[in-house]
Design a protein around this ligand. Structure first.
Ligand SMILES: C[S@@+](CC[C@H](N)C(=O)[O-])C[C@H]1O[C@@H](n2cnc3c(N)ncnc32)[C@H](O)[C@@H]1O
Length: 153
C-alpha cells in the first residue's frame, strides 16, 4: 500500500489501527517537514520524497495493492494530470486507488473528466464515487473515488 501526501494526521492515524492487516505502507510527500512528521507515526515502511505533479520514478511499476491519496487533490496542491494515471502505474492489476478530491476542483481541476476517461478506456472500474464530508463536522465536501485497475495497457 502507498499513501500520496503522507503526514502525521488523518491518514496515518487511520492506518495505525489497521497495520496488523496491512503488510506494509509506503508514503510519499513533497514536503520534507511532512515526511518527518509522518516518520514519527511509525506507520510507514518507507517514506519517499516525491512530486505528484510529475511522473513517479522513485518506485517500480505495479508494486502496490492499494494507493490512497487523502487531502492532496485540493486547491493549489496536486492536479488530476498526471497524478491519477501515475497512481495506476504503481498499482498491480486488480489493485485499487482511493482518493479524495475537494469538491471545488472535482470538475474545474479535470478530475471528473480524467476518471471518466480512464473508465471509458477500460483501464479502471469505478467502484465507488460519492460526495462526502471532507472533514467530519465541517461544511467542505470532497468526492471520494475508489477505482479498480482492470487492465495493464
Ligand atoms: C492537506 S495535507 C494531507 C496530508 C495527509 N494525506 C493526511 O491525510 O493527513 C496535503 C499534503 O499534500 C502534500 N503535497 C502538496 N503538493 C504536493 C506535491 N506536488 N507532491 C506531493 N505531495 C504534495 C503536502 O505537502 C501535504 O502534506
Amino acid at each position: 500500500m502507498t499513501a500520496g501526501g503522507a503526514s502525521s494526521s488523518s491518514f496515518s492515524s487511520s492506518c495505525s489501527s489497521l497495520t496488523s492487516s496491512i503488510a506494509a505502507i509506503d508514503g510519499t510527500d513533497f514536503s520534507p517537514a511532512m515526511l518527518a512528521m509522518a516518520s514519527k507515526t511509525g506507520v510507514y515502511r518507507n517514506l519517499i520524497r516525491g512530486d505528484l505533479t510529475t511522473r513517479i520514478h522513485v518506485v517500480a511499476d505495479a508494486v502496490y495493492d492499494v494507493v490512497v491519496c487523502v487531502g492532496t487533490f485540493t486547491i493549489g496542491h496536486v492536479g488530476s494530470h498526471p497524478a491519477l494515471r501515475e497512481f495506476f502505474c504503481v498499482t498491480r492489476l486488480g489493485g485499487d486507488v482511493a482518493a479524495t478530491i475537494l469538491e471545488e476542483v472535482w470538475v474545474s481541476g479535470g478530475f471528473q473528466e480524467e476518471v471518466e476517461a480512464l473508465a471509458a478506456e477500460g483501464q479502471v472500474a469505478v467502484v465507488f464515487r460519492e460526495l462526502i464530508d471532507y472533514v467530519k463536522g465541517h461544511s467542505d465536501k470532497a468526492m471520494l473515488v475508489i477505482l479498480k485497475m482492470t487492465t495493464c495497457d
